[in-house]
Design a protein around this ligand. Sequence first.
Ligand code: XMP
Length: 507
Amino acid sequence: KVLILDFGSQYTQLIARRVRELNIYCEIHPFNKIPNDSESFKAVILSGSPVSVRSDDALHPDLSEIRGKKPLLAVCYGAQYLAHFSGGEVAESNTREYGRANLGFIKEEDDFFENIHEGSQVWMSHSDTIKKLPTGGVLLASTEDVENAAFKIEGEVTYAIQFHPEVYHTTDGHQLLQNFLVKIAKVNQDWTPNAFVEETVQDLKDQLGNDKVVLGLSGGVDSSVAAMLLHKAIGKNLYCIFVNNGLLRKNEFEDVLHQYEGMGLNVKGVDASARFLDALAGKSDPEEKRKTIGRVFIEVFDDEAHRIQDVKWLAQGTIYPDVIESVSATGGPSATIKSHHNVGGLPDFMKLEVVEPLRALFKDEVRRVGASMNMDSQLLGRHPFPGPGLAIRILGDLTREKVRILQEVDAIFINNLRSWNLYDKVWQAGAMLLPVNSVGVMGDERTYEKCVALRAVESTDGMTADWVNLPYEFLQKTSNEIINKVKGVNRVVYDISSKPPATIEWE
Ligand code: XMP
């Protein structure tokens, strides 16, 4: 496996994903928390950083067990760190060193640049520049503005690059990482979905033995794939609970429950719609709605879990981005571990031990693991859907009638996205019911009815997002269908706001 030391760069997770794409397992750790089992890492990568090596806040990793002992690739800050503190020189750069550049000189006889040729585009993002190479430094590549764009250290397997191989705009980044990790560091490419499934199932068997495990299914990708892995490991000792909170999409509860049963899962569907909707009656503040849903979910889940005798474990679909420890911009050891978006409400008083089979995976890997277990591609490709469901897409207070209207509207929108082959091109889509009535005409009559907003965004992680430029014809047909078929709606608008500043959900 490969160790990535994080110095707080916004791109650190991308490095990990690129490494994983080479079927190589890697872990991200803060630069100042090098894991104890560092001997089990075959190679090390140092990330970039928002901090300057010349500042008082410069980050100092302890590389005593790494430098000269293992293959090391230093990216951006990493490269500057090697230069600045080992006999070289780093200074503020006076030319622009952001964005696109081309490698003008490459020392091609080195394996590091195999199959990469002069002119290859690289992506720069730094304001300091390496003026003089460190002791033992050998220049490997330059660009027009950056002389010391890549170098190695004589007598060590240490490479350093000023540009970012992990970003899409560095055209040969994949090749470069492959050259370093496979050709030079000789790391095995054995991290495949099949190998992950085999290994994880065996580990779960060892860990869980004959114990009973309870898992809350949401209909989403993560909990479904986690369930499938556990099912392979412990079969009927996995007790899945799928709660209908009355705020799911149209027919979703029945359809997904049916699908889970078809997968052989031991799943209990609990229709608690009335309990949720009664508890929500009269509440219009978004946070109050979220809290109410969280609380009722705990109650329902807890009731159900108590029906299972001797349950020992709670399984969760937590994935890697939720557990990576972040390095704060000042580099101080940061204790913030991002909390899982969906687990805020899970019952910690249940005193169960937690098992999280997807902890090491990125979202796209979860999908690939699911595919390697032959899970349904529609289930694996489903858009993210918030835990509080339609409650946060109905602005203001909730009624059963409003839920019904929004379910109809949403179903038309989503079905049309599917039939136009647009569903998989969109990261997330849904409809919002606005607290606005407006005047319309239908036949000879004047109407005063509800307005819905459609939202479709592209994104990679939901942190930033942009609206999707859906075809006019699609919008026209969908709008017509909604207004003709859904009683109570006479106006449809399309949301053309990006995040930030707008969020994806309206509440
Ligand atoms: P926003 O609206 O913050 O949404 O741009 C970003 C992503 O998070 C989802 N989301 C939630 N998921 N509970 C959830 O489980 C919530 O309370 C919640 N609020 C937003 C949203 O659907 C989008 O994918």
